[in-house]
Ligand binder design. Structure first.
Ligand code: G16
Length: 541
């Protein structure tokens, strides 16, 4: 094979966000754009002899083109072997598992997660380290620095590798192995959960619906839920992977997973519903006519973890991102285990899991996971719930209501204002920060501000510090408002507002009123509607 060194010019916009580099497909299609970023990754790591690269994505438009380019660049940059999912498919949690299982030097995952797919929509790329998790900030910063000065990249010339057929292609001392994307992951799930109990549940009158939103989890759900657990084929909704995700927005929430919501709210027949996102790491859990907030889902899984074979010895600790409600903190307190509060971004959980400090982690943004991989894991969360339901023999609603009776309740809501012009969004955040000196002790009706800060985090394992991770306004009694700019949007800025109201055991509960009060106070403090001219959030979850 011939290796070419091609000249290139840097692009100024290759700073990885919360979860890698996400841009419109047309941006990635610019000459050398993808190549520059991939070379910047390869220049930021040490490629050892015999190094293996895991490669795959969520099946969205441009995946296959990108995979052929990356295979050729991996060959030119000294990798010995690339493991690529058949048809370029690997869900994010499955990629994490493959990286770990086959001791890869790292992985490249091609996905823009829950963002829509297609020629005019989004594409994304991120690098995961040998632990299977997203690269930590010191590596993503190094990649960004390299991208600013890159002058050349290396690429091998050979014909495209057939990634539709499983098998091995040898190109001199470089090998490409096209692997089954599902089996290893399905085997891992079978080793963790009580499949016999779940099988009995699914073969009873219990009805399940799983919505893959035309994205990557379709084949995984089919293998696990239908082939291995015996659920009827009719439990699968939108399970054919399409390059455009069926023209939809594969974000598993009450707005975008409307087919599933309809199935669970329109009839009494369906007991349990779940959806996953573009790359299979997010999840939404529904009971009949009942929505489980992601924060509550994490708390319920933590409280019942010992019912699941993989966690029967108990949990080492738990972690949640800062904007996630503190429902899981209550469980940790009762179990007498540590609970860590990290910035938004799954990468912050990696060190804690590697050090054995935590077993379960979760985020309000529909992400839940454990130390079985180093990514959040949508189908794993679905299996946690099925295992817990099978063991407790209760409905989703009963499980959550009993949880609130035992631990108290954290009412929660998030408002997203998407595609806000960047200067306006920055102005809103600056306006809030300008009030840091005056807000403490200020009263908004019955709500007295206790603490205001811009969240910063010192990693307890390696001591690295991350600042500017979101503004927290904490009221006497524990209610909170958080303001953050999203790190995953691809158009303008997304401003997120998070609201949490605390009810202790026995408190009278009026979640709607408390959250409505916090929403009003938030606008008074940040003036987002006033400054942007928006009248309502784009998405409410
Ligand atoms: C990514 C990260 C998550 C984060 C989410 C939202 O998820 O992995 O940790 O919570 O983005 O981040 P932001 O609020 O900055 O938009 P995914 O599923 O998009 O990879």
């Amino acid at each position: 094979m011939t290796i070419q060194t091609r000249s290139t010019q840097p692009f100024s916009d290759q700073k990885p966000g919360t979860s890698g580099l996400r841009k419109k497909v047309s941006v990635f299609q610019q000459a050398n754009y993808l190549e520059n970023f991939v070379q910047s990754i390869f220049d930021s790591i040490e490629i050892t002899p015999n190094a293996v690269l895991t490669l795959g994505g969520d099946g969205r438009y441009y995946n296959k083109t990108a995979i052929q380019i990356i295979i050729k660049m991996a060959a030119a940059n000294g990798f010995a072997r690339v493991l690529v999912g058949q048809n370029g498919i690997l869900s994010t949690p499955a990629a994490s598992h493959i990286i770990r299982k086959y001791k890869s030097l790292g992985g490249i995952i091609l996905s823009a997660s829950h963002n829509p797919a297609g020629p005019t929509e989004d594409f994304g790329i991120k690098y995961n380290t040998p632990n299977g998790g997203p690269a930590p900030e010191k590596i993503t910063e190094a990649i960004f620095e390299k991208s600013k000065t890159i002058a050349q990249y290396k690429i091998a010339s050979f014909s495209d590798v057939d990634i539709e057929k499983m098998g091995v292609t040898h190109l001199e001392n470089f090998t490409v192995e096209v692997i089954d994307p599902v089996t290893d992951y399905a085997d891992l799930m079978a080793s963790m959960f009580d499949f016999a109990a779940i099988k009995t549940l699914l073969q009873s009158r219990f009805q399940l619906k799983f919505d893959a939103m035309y994205a990557v989890t379709g084949p995984y759900a089919k293998e696990i839920l239908v082939n291995r657990l015996g659920a009827p084929q009719s439990c699968l909704m939108n399970c054919e992977v399409s390059e455009t995700f069926g023209g939809g927005h594969p974000d598993p929430n009450l707005i975008y997973a409307h087919d599933l919501v309809q199935a669970l709210y329109a009839t009494k027949a369906v007991d349990f519903g779940a959806a996953s996102d573009g790359d299979g790491d997010r999840n939404m859990i529904l009971g009949n006519g009942f929505f489980v907030t992601p924060s509550d889902s994490l708390a319920v899984i933590a409280a019942n973890a010992t019912l699941i074979p993989a966690y029967k010895q108990g949990l080492a600790g738990v972690a949640r991102s800062m904007p996630t409600s503190s429902a899981v903190d209550r469980v940790a307190k009762k179990l007498n285990i540590p609970c860590y509060e990290t910035p938004t971004g799954w990468k912050f959980f990696g060190n804690l899991m590697d050090a054995g400090a935590v077993t379960l982690c979760g985020e309000e943004s529909f992400g839940t996971g454990s130390n079985h991989v180093r990514e959040k894991d949508g189908l794993w969360a679905v299996l946690c719930w099925l295992n817990i339901i099978a063991a407790k023999k209760m409905s989703v609603e009963e499980i959550v209501n009993n949880h609130w009776l035992e631990y108290g309740r954290n009412a929660y809501m998030r408002h997203d204002y998407e595609a806000v012009p960047t200067e306006i969004a920055n102005g809103v955040m600056a306006h809030v920060k300008a009030q840091f000196a005056t807000l403490p002790n200020q009263k908004f009706g019955k709500y007295a501000v206790k603490i205001v800060d811009d969240f910063s985090y010192t990693d307890p394992i390696d001591g690295s510090v991350s600042t500017g991770q979101g503004v927290r306004i904490l009221f006497e009694g524990g209610s909170r408002i958080v303001f953050r700019l999203s790190g995953t949007g691809t158009e303008g800025a997304t401003v997120r507002q998070y609201f949490e109201a605390i009810y202790d055991i026995g408190d009278p509960v009026d979640t709607l009123e408390e959250i409505a009060n916090l929403i009003e106070i938030a606008e008074e403090i940040c003036e987002l509607k006033q400054r942007s001219g928006r009248t309502a959030p784009t998405v409410i979850t």
